[in-house]
Design a binder for this molecule. Sequence first.
Ligand SMILES: [Zn+2]
Ligand SMILES: [Zn+2]
Length: 205
Amino acid sequence: MARTGILRTASTQKAERVKLITCKGCRQKTQPFQPGAKVCSETCGATFARLLREKLERIDAKAERLVDKQKLEKLRPLSYWRKKAKSALHAFVRERDHGKSCISCDTILIKTGKPGGDYDAGHFRSVGSAKHLEMDVRNIHGQCKQCNNHRSGNVIEYERRLRIRYGDRMVDELLADNTSRMYRKTDYQAIEAVCKQRLKDLKNG
Ligand SMILES: [Zn+2]
Ligand SMILES: [Zn+2]
């Protein structure tokens, strides 16, 4: 009886000794270097240690980049956020008015993918004289570059056609609107997010 017990123990130990592992160094199905080891040789041990170290370095570098990005975003001036909001807003307006005529002449606004864009998002009440309406969608419309850049916004026609397109009430309200607005970073971020979403919705029809 005792003999059988010893034999059984010996065979169990032997079975444990030959239990195969997937070496963490060479990725082969093989015997461990020593019982309980995760690698098949010292060389693979060194490889495994290097892989682990590299993985940790990658995680560190990623975390560092994230912190840098957050620091950078904190340092950005308000003008940075304003610019981002403006660009998203204008992209939305250009898409909204695509296929319509210029807000101040008969030119049809079509995108051909020209660098710098085929037409602009032009302000009715100019940013120079009505800064508070800079981000107001009622005040911005698709406009051909000719009208926007070479006819000073073609304001008289802009107003006439705006009244036809949206009605007198909207235009009168816009002309009477002198409420000052204070935009903070979060306001600009919200404008950017909303405009990007609206643009996406328009593109998805
Ligand atoms: Zn190995
Ligand atoms: Zn025009």
